[in-house]
Design a protein around this ligand. Structure first.
Ligand SMILES: Cc1ncc(COP(=O)(O)O)c(C=O)c1O
Length: 392
């Protein structure tokens, strides 16, 4: 006899994004060039891998403390002080299975069912479903192409229609999918807004090192923000360590203590060997700095190329991306972004991600990732150019 009911309502209500289907086809069909990747195309640093091998031989195969290994917590605390101007003690940090787990734990520890969370729209695909899985309500704050994806105090206020139910805002700079680097002035307006509405900021800084124009500023470093911000980081992007699943959350002792309790009942701890890799990445600073610089310089070249080609091909209007490794052009062809992505896949054999996957305001755009081999990017744009001629 089949079960009367197998799946929870919660899981049945989750929207399945088009990205999954598109990228699956792109992997299966070898003729397709994928401009879809959400992770760097380079391998983890050699010095990190070498250190991890040594740690494995020395038996680092057991659970770690729930909050993470002491030496890693100390290194993250130093890094936050040095690079992000955020002063937190090691006991105000928890090591997580990537920034993904840090986002989930931040929401679980701070948002009650029925409470609202402001999410960037377009924004990283996890924010809305994670909030909704916890029976919170995700409310979009629009990041509009015509405003160069900027935020202002006034616009945030407009999104906060039910201030009493509002609990937190998720903020992401540099942004996936926009490539936007929010300026200090915008962060100050955000800080004014959260002070007035007594909100928490979940600050996702996964791409902090990928900045080509301007400067990355952590909102947690602004005056008076200490008690309002949970800062999230990851080793997935800067160090090309996505498969190791290691990131962190840093905040007030109260929030981090709560996360530690939660960790015990969920994943228990981030993988020990990955934590030792993360520790080596931070400890061997000179080598890591050179590694990041080399990769960011290479991505900058690709970024400029992508912008140039979009302009030359025509039919696209692209705010110049200043960070992360994505461009988010608006296209001027009479199709939805899902239709246009499918059309490109069929006619150019190039996979991009439909902008609507990242929220209502993403429609009319596509996300183009340049975390792909440069020669393939060049080839992909030649194909796009040829295909798009048919639409003009
Ligand atoms: C903005 C953003 N935050 C978080 C993550 C998750 O990263 P992690 O591998 O650390 O879980 C991603 C991954 O693409 C991302 O784009």
């Amino acid at each position: 006899m089949p079960l009367r009911r197998t799946l929870s309502e919660r899981i049945q209500e989750i929207e399945i994004s088009a990205i999954k289907e598109q990228l699956k086809i792109a992997v299966e069909d070898k003729k397709i060039i994928s401009l879809g990747p959400g992770e760097p195309d380079y391998e983890s640093p050699k010095h990190v891998i070498a250190a991890m091998k040594k740690y494995l031989d020395r038996g680092y195969t057991h659970y770690s403390p729930i909050e993470g290994r002491k030496e890693l917590l100390e290194e993250i605390s130093r890094k936050l002080k040095r690079e992000n101007k955020i002063r937190v003690n090691p006991n105000q940090i928890v090591v997580t299975c990537g920034a993904s787990e840090a986002i989930l734990m931040s929401l679980m520890t701070t948002v009650d069912p029925g409470e609202q969370v402001l999410v960037p729209d377009p924004g990283f695909i996890c924010y809305r479903p994670m909030t909704e899985l916890l029976n919170g309500q995700a409310i979009s704050y629009p990041l509009l192409h015509d405003n160069n994806f900027s935020i202002t105090y006034e616009d945030l206020k407009k999104s906060a229609r039910e201030p009493k139910r509002l609990r937190a805002i998720i903020f992401n700079t540099p942004s996936n999918p926009l490539g936007k680097v929010h300026r200090k002035k915008e962060l100050e307006e955000l800080a004014d807004f959260v002070r007035e509405y007594d909100l928490l900021i979940i600050s996702d800084e996964a791409y902090e090192n990928f900045v080509y124009n301007g400067k990355h500023v952590s909102v947690g470093s602004l005056n008076g923000m200490k008690n309002h911000v949970i800062t999230l980081g990851t080793f997935s992007k800067s160090f090309g360590m996505a498969g190791f699943r290691v990131g962190f959350a840093a905040g007030t002792k109260k929030v981090i203590d709560a996360m530690r309790n939660l960790h015990l009942y969920t994943t228990l701890c981030a993988p020990t060997i990955s934590q030792m890799g993360a520790f080596s990445a931070l400890k061997e600073r000179k080598k890591s700095k050179a590694f990041i610089k080399k990769n960011v310089n290479e991505y900058d070249k690709r970024r400029k190329f992508v912008c140039k080609r979009l302009e030359e091909i025509g039919g696209f209007d692209c705010n110049i991306p200043e960070g992360a490794f994505y461009a988010f052009p608006k296209f001027n062809f009479k199709m939805s972004s899902v239709e246009f992505s499918k059309w490109l896949m069929r006619n150019a054999k190039v996979a991009v991600v439909p902008g609507s996957d990242f929220g209502f305001y993403g429609d009319g755009h596509v996300r183009v990732s340049y975390a792909t081999d440069f020669d393939l990017i060049k080839k992909a744009f030649n194909r796009i150019e040829k295909a798009v001629k048919k639409l003009k």
